[in-house]
Design a protein around this ligand. Structure first.
Ligand code: 6GU
Length: 240
C-alpha cells in the first residue's frame, strides 16, 4: 500500500501501537490510512545472549546501545522499504524540539523511521552514519524514546487526510496560526456560579470570532512570551 508508514525500532515492541490503537489514530490504523511496524532491535543482536548494549568507553554510568546492532536493524528496515526513502528520526532530549511545522511536513511525507533509545542512548557513530535527525519533545528526560515516538506519531497521524473528523479541522487549534488556542465552553450555561461568556451566547459570529482571537492573543502573551514575540513580529514585520 502507499499509506503513511511508521517503522519503529525499539527494545520494547509490545509498547506499540499502545495508545495509538485507540480513538482517531486507532480507527485510522484499522482503516489502513496509516501503518505501524514495531521492530525489535534485540532480534539483530550478534551473540547468543542477544546483547544490544555495552559499557561506555571513557567510563561513567549506564550502558550504550551498540552501533553494529542498530545498523543491522536499520539495514533490514531499509531493504523492506525497497525504493521508499523515509527520514530516520532518533528520539532524544538532545534533539531539536519538535514543532507543529515539522509535524506538518513529516505528516505530508510518506512516513517515518523512528529509532528509540534506552539506557544512556545510542553510540554516536551510528547516529552520524545514518544521518539521523534527532528530535526532542521538550526539555525534560523520559526513560526512553518510546513515549516520545508515540507522541510524535500521534501528532503526525492526526493530520493525515481522513483521520480527523471533518468537524475537527486543525486550522483553529494551538500553533496553527502561531497562537495558543482560545478557551472553550459548553452546557450548562451556569456551573458553580460561573457563567459562560455572554458573547458566545449572542449568535453574533463576527463578535464571537473577534472575542476568540483576542483571548487567544491574551493567553499566548501571558503564557508564552516566546510565541507571542514571534507572532507579533510576523504580523507587523516593521517592528523589531
Ligand atoms: Cl525524544 N527522548 C527522551 N528519552 N526523553 C525526552 C525526549 C525524547 N523528549 C523529551 N524528553
Amino acid at each position: 500500500m502507499n499509506s503513511w508508514a511508521a517503522k519503529v525500532l525499539t527494545l520494547f515492541p509490545d509498547m506499540f501501537p499502545g495508545p495509538l490503537g485507540y480513538s482517531l489514530a486507532g480507527k485510522a490504523l484499522m482503516d489502513e490510512l496509516w501503518s505501524l511496524d514495531a521492530i525489535d532491535i534485540r532480534c539483530f543482536a550478534g551473540d547468543k545472549h542477544q546483547t544490544v548494549d555495552d559499557t561506555p568507553f571513557g567510563g561513567g554510568p549506564g550502558m550504550v546501545m551498540r552501533p553494529d546492532v542498530m545498523d543491522r536493524a536499520l539495514d533490514e528496515v531499509m531493504s523492506d522499504l525497497g525504493d521508499l526513502r523515509l527520514p530516520v528520526l532518533y528520539m532524544s532530549p538532545r534533539g531539536a524540539p519538535l514543532t507543529q511545522a515539522r509535524v506538518r511536513s513529516l505528516s505530508a511525507g510518506q512516513g517515518v523511521i523512528v529509532v528509540c533509545g534506552r539506557y544512556e542512548g545510542l553510540d554516536e557513530r551510528v547516529i552520524e552514519a545514518w544521518q539521523m535527525e534527532e528530535v526532542s519533545l521538550g526539555d525534560y528526560v523520559l526513560s526512553g524514546g518510546e513515549l516520545a515516538a508515540l507522541g510524535l506519531m500521534d501528532a503526525c497521524v492526526r493530520l493525515i487526510p481522513g483521520v480527523m473528523g471533518s468537524d475537527e479541522s486543525p486550522e483553529e487549534e494551538s500553533f496553527e496560526q502561531g497562537l495558543l488556542e482560545y478557551p472553550h465552553y459548553t452546557r450548562p450555561r451556569t456551573w458553580c456560579n460561573r457563567n459562560v461568556p455572554e458573547v458566545l451566547l449572542s449568535g453574533h459570529h463576527e463578535r464571537v470570532r473577534a472575542w476568540r482571537q483576542a483571548r487567544a492573543e491574551e493567553i499566548t502573551r501571558e503564557r508564552r512570551p516566546d510565541l507571542w514575540d514571534r507572532f507579533a513580529q510576523d504580523r507587523d514585520p516593521s517592528r523589531h
